[in-house]
Design a binder for this molecule. Structure first.
Ligand SMILES: [Zn+2]
Length: 535
């Protein structure tokens, strides 16, 4: 029960109206107990702020015929994949930093062997990185979030594609900076090869008040942000490589292509794997191809049950624990309803599957093609629209557009995905459960009397409560006021255009407002002054 209440009180969601009313004083206390001053944040060391996804067994999906050849570990395939930079003609780029590049996405080829009982993952990784910017690069920054967990990440080898050693420096903020032997021109590519072991962490008591997706519990093993990846580079700004904060998400992802080969070792036959993409079963291997995505996550459990349904061409999957069959179905249904609605409002979903995984940790957490939803919401689910399971599932589904399709700097401009995803909950209730809309405004948003600058970042809000109230909740009020001010046609026309224009890219607040100006003549200055500190 303590855990359940903790979950509810936690972040983005609320739960039962009645329970909430009863628990209001406790809740307020719990929330405030989570706050930390910026100074505390700095000392609150290796506390990875980001939750990780879970993996389950091969989904019962129609296999997608992608790479038919044997795992990337085949020497020839490897050589081809890693053959250096001959994408020679450095097409002089007049692209803006984050403009859709005419160049190939960066490629990640990962081969991972998981021993579920020993909580151990052995990984080989090849990265073929293409410089999408209009500047030559002198170094690369790899984001390595497992470094935040002491004793977790053991690097066995790191070399350029030609086998030459890499000059590197490892920071204490989950990053590795690689010095290039020669500048990498715009449009050129290079290959990097890594091998490493992960001794997976398990949440400790001090983590209990925050979502910790990466690692294992007695119920599941979640592999999120489990591999090194290259941070986005923006001319004029540099590498978008931020340290973890005490709350909120800090990673920024370029759209990339993933080939992932997974094998479960150790002899267990009872494991189920959930993942960002459908698996092709090839003997002992599960092979995944996930293109134009922000990341690839997976979750494994001996205890998952699976339900699925189709929404158009997309298969929605729900992985849940056996004690929650009703809530597991509700998570499936809500995700499917939200997927259909947002596809209509924002534009098509770009993958073939969308998976929701019941999480053995707090809160909800979005990844591309897969999101986690805390078992606390399943415990409290009572079959009503005014259940947190419903509102948070709608929120996390919206992240497939605001985070997945349209990327943003989650650390410095988190409102771009969080305010839009929170407001998407409002649109979900408006269209799917209008009878729940009053509950939503009253208990999800206004109960907290939200205030604070919508453009706060994850480092300057002072507390989780302050951050959530400003970015998520006041962000929803800003979007509601914007909609009223500019009208339905301009508002929804803008959202759809924003999704289309910035699909696969990393949008900024400037991009958001510059595009908005093309959809309305209305002066929005009063709104900007009311909600934003920097506009
Ligand atoms: Zn969110």
């Amino acid at each position: 029960m303590k855990r359940m209440i903790g979950s509810i009180l936690k972040h983005r969601s609320l739960s039962l109206l009645v329970l909430l009313a009863l628990l209001a004083p406790i809740l307020a206390a719990c929330l405030s107990s989570r706050s930390a001053t910026p100074a505390q944040q700095k000392t609150a060391q290796p506390t990875p702020a980001r939750p990780a996804p879970a993996v389950t067994q091969a989904s019962p999906l129609t296999p997608t015929p992608f790479f038919p050849q044997s795992p990337v570990s085949s020497p020839t395939a490897l050589e081809q994949a890693l053959s250096p930079t001959s994408s020679a003609s450095p097409a002089p780029s007049s692209q803006t930093p984050d403009a859709p590049a005419p160049f190939p996405n960066t490629q990640y080829n990962l081969t991972a062997e998981l021993n579920y009982d020993q909580h151990h993952l052995a990984v080989t990784e090849q990265i073929t990185y293409t410089n999408h910017t209009n500047e030559a690069l002198n170094d690369l920054v790899l984001m390595v979030d497992p470094l935040y967990y002491p004793g977790t990440f053991k690097l066995n080898s790191l070399a350029w594609a030609d086998g030459q050693p890499v000059e590197k420096s490892i920071t204490d903020t989950g990053q590795v900076r690689l010095t290039l032997r020669q500048p990498l021109p715009p449009g050129a590519s290079l290959g990097l090869s890594l091998a490493y072991d992960l001794s997976l962490p398990s949440p400790t008591p001090s983590d209990i008040s925050r979502p910790v997706p990466f690692g294992y519990t007695a119920k599941q093993t979640n592999l999120v942000d489990w591999y090194p990846f290259v941070a986005p580079y923006v001319p004029g700004k540099g590498w978008l490589a931020h340290p973890a904060g005490y709350f909120g998400e800090h990673l920024v992802y370029e759209t990339s292509d993933f080939r992932v080969n997974v094998r479960l070792v150790g002899g267990r036959q009872d494991l189920t794997v959930a993942a960002s993409a459908p698996a092709v079963i090839d003997g002992d291997w599960r092979r995944y191809q996930f293109n134009s995505a922000r990341n690839f996550v997976w979750s494994v459990s001996h205890d998952y049950q699976v339900a699925s349904e189709k929404v158009g061409d997309v298969t929605v999957l729900s992985y849940f624990f056996p004690i929650h069959p009703t809530a597991g179905q509700a998570a499936l249904k809500t995700t499917a309803q939200a997927l259909a609605l947002y596809s209509e409002l924002y534009g098509p979903y770009r993958h073939t599957t969308l998976t929701v995984v019941e999480a053995d940790f707090l809160d909800g957490m979005e990844y591309d093609g897969l999101y986690f939803l805390s078992n606390g919401f399943y415990n409290l689910y009572q079959g009503q629209p005014g259940d947190y399971l419903v509102s948070i599932a709608a929120h996390e589904t919206a992240h497939q557009w605001w985070y997945g399709l349209v990327g943003n700097d989650q650390a410095m401009e988190p409102w771009l995905d969080e305010a839009l995803s929170t407001y998407s909950e409002r649109l979900f209730y408006e269209r799917v459960y209008p009878e729940g809309l009053g509950w939503w405004w009253n208990y999800r948003v206004d109960y907290y009397q939200p205030r604070g600058w919508v453009d706060s970042n994850i480092y300057n809000s002072g507390s989780w409560r302050g951050y959530r109230d400003a970015v998520y909740l006041n962000g929803a009020h800003f979007l509601e006021d914007l909609r009223k001010l500019i009208g339905e046609a301009a508002f929804f026309g803008f959202l759809k255009d924003y999704a289309a224009q910035y699909a696969g890219r990393i949008a900024t607040g400037d991009d958001f407002f510059n595009l908005l100006k093309q959809h309305t003549q209305t002066d929005i200055t009063p709104l900007l002054k009311k909600y934003f500190s920097s506009r």
